[in-house]
Design a protein around this ligand. Sequence first.
Ligand code: SF4
Length: 180
Amino acid sequence: MANGLRVLNLAEARFECTFGRGCEGICCRNGRPPLHAGDEQRIRNHLAQFVPLMRAEARALLLREGFLTRRKKSGLFTVRVVAGWCIFFHNGCVLEQAGRMEGDRLLYKPVECALFPLEQNARGDWFVRQKDYGREDWDLPCLDPATSGQAAAESLREELALVERMESGLAPERFPLRQS
Ligand code: SF4
């Protein structure tokens, strides 16, 4: 349990994001996160804040074709990729950089990116994605408990707090949680 939230493997899970300290942001390379209606609307509403932070080639594509592809994941349209990286990637996540300026780095991120590596299974139980746990097939060093430097319960405090807000109905702009 984390502040009342049940996360199946939180006690033993380890996770440390090493972006800028060894990792160049692999999770944003060809990541194509799916956007829920709330994610899409939030990004559209604040697009003017993100555009100046974007790569020139990403900005050009955004103005020409928008930030969504017609490709779907889990029934939802996905974010465009430019030159192998998420359209919102520029020395890190542009949406995260904009959020940090307002004191909340998760504020504008699509829920799938904001919660990573937290996920719900088919029964609605939350778990931390870890190498060799469940059906994990993404070979990211940060998901390997043998090499990750921090307890997930510590490193994911903000993500866990967001899940709690979502579970409590206090983040209605986020996607509806899967029912257990
Ligand atoms: S979450 Fe993992 S893959 Fe993504 S930037 Fe951080 S260390 Fe890299």
